[in-house]
Design a protein around this ligand. Structure first.
Ligand code: ZN
Length: 235
């Protein structure tokens, strides 16, 4: 029985959100996407969004891919500095979190996504957050997002469901999920046209995709790819 609900995918252009878009197209009747321009230090990820959408549009999903929305949230930059926004070295802060953490980012993104979903008649919000293989960002945790689902549903007086298909999957299992959803063609699309590197480098195409190969995001992606390629991952 196909799920007739309409979904909104938070599509950043990275591996995780790209996999979530495929997952949503496999599950819901209609899917729209939203991206956020918050002055991140490079625009490579945002440039990948359209290529991912075009690539997935050509694949035989049950769901229809609808409109894309790009929202500008410059306010995050006004709130303060982060290695995700500014050209500074990636280090651990005194509280143990990496300085790539942008406090409030996912809370704000989901709030804006809920407002957009309300306007567009969409009832499922899909995000690629995970607390399995993550950097410790507290707004990626399952409880944060479950609490947010309740707050957002009450706030718009409409049942909104927050879906996070990668919450308990590591990066290797995320590649395995992409393969289960769309086979080699989807894996290749995500490998080439998604972007995860914190430094925005796209000079060299590695077996796991583009990136500097050194930053924490590249290391995580490369390690996950290798584990999956060696057959050490299940959906
Ligand atoms: Zn990198």
């Amino acid at each position: 029985m196909p799920d007739t609900r309409h979904a909104l995918v938070l599509l950043s252009g990275g591996q995780d959100s790209a996999t979530c878009l495929a997952w949503a197209l496999a599950h819901f009747a209609r899917v729209e996407t939203v991206g956020f321009d918050y002055g991140q230090r490079h625009h490579v990820e945002l440039d990948c969004r359209e290529r991912l959408r075009t690539g997935m549009q050509a694949m035989p999903w049950p769901g229809t891919l609808g409109a894309d929305h790009l929202l500008h949230v410059d306010v995050l930059r006004e709130l303060g500095s982060s290695a995700m926004i500014d050209e500074v070295a990636i280090t651990l802060q005194a509280d143990g979190l990496p300085n790539t953490f942008v406090p409030g980012r996912n809370l704000l993104f989901f709030t804006l996504a809920a407002a957009l979903a309300y306007r567009r008649g969409l009832t499922v919000l899909v995000g690629g957050m995970s607390e399995t293989d993550y950097s410790g960002y507290p707004d990626c945790r399952d409880n944060t997002l479950k609490a947010l689902q309740v707050a957002l549903s009450l706030g718009v007086d409409r049942p909104l469901v927050v879906e996070t298909p990668l919450m308990w999957r590591d990066k290797a299992a995320t590649w395995a999920l992409a393969h289960a959803l769309g086979g080699d063609a989807l894996v290749e699309l995500i490998r080439r046209d998604s972007h995860t590197c914190y430094l925005g480098q796209r000079g060299v195409l590695h077996d796991w995709g583009y990136g500097c190969g050194q930053c924490p995001a590249c290391e995580l992606r490369a390690r996950g790819w290798r584990a999956w390629a060696q057959g050490n991952a299940s959906v």
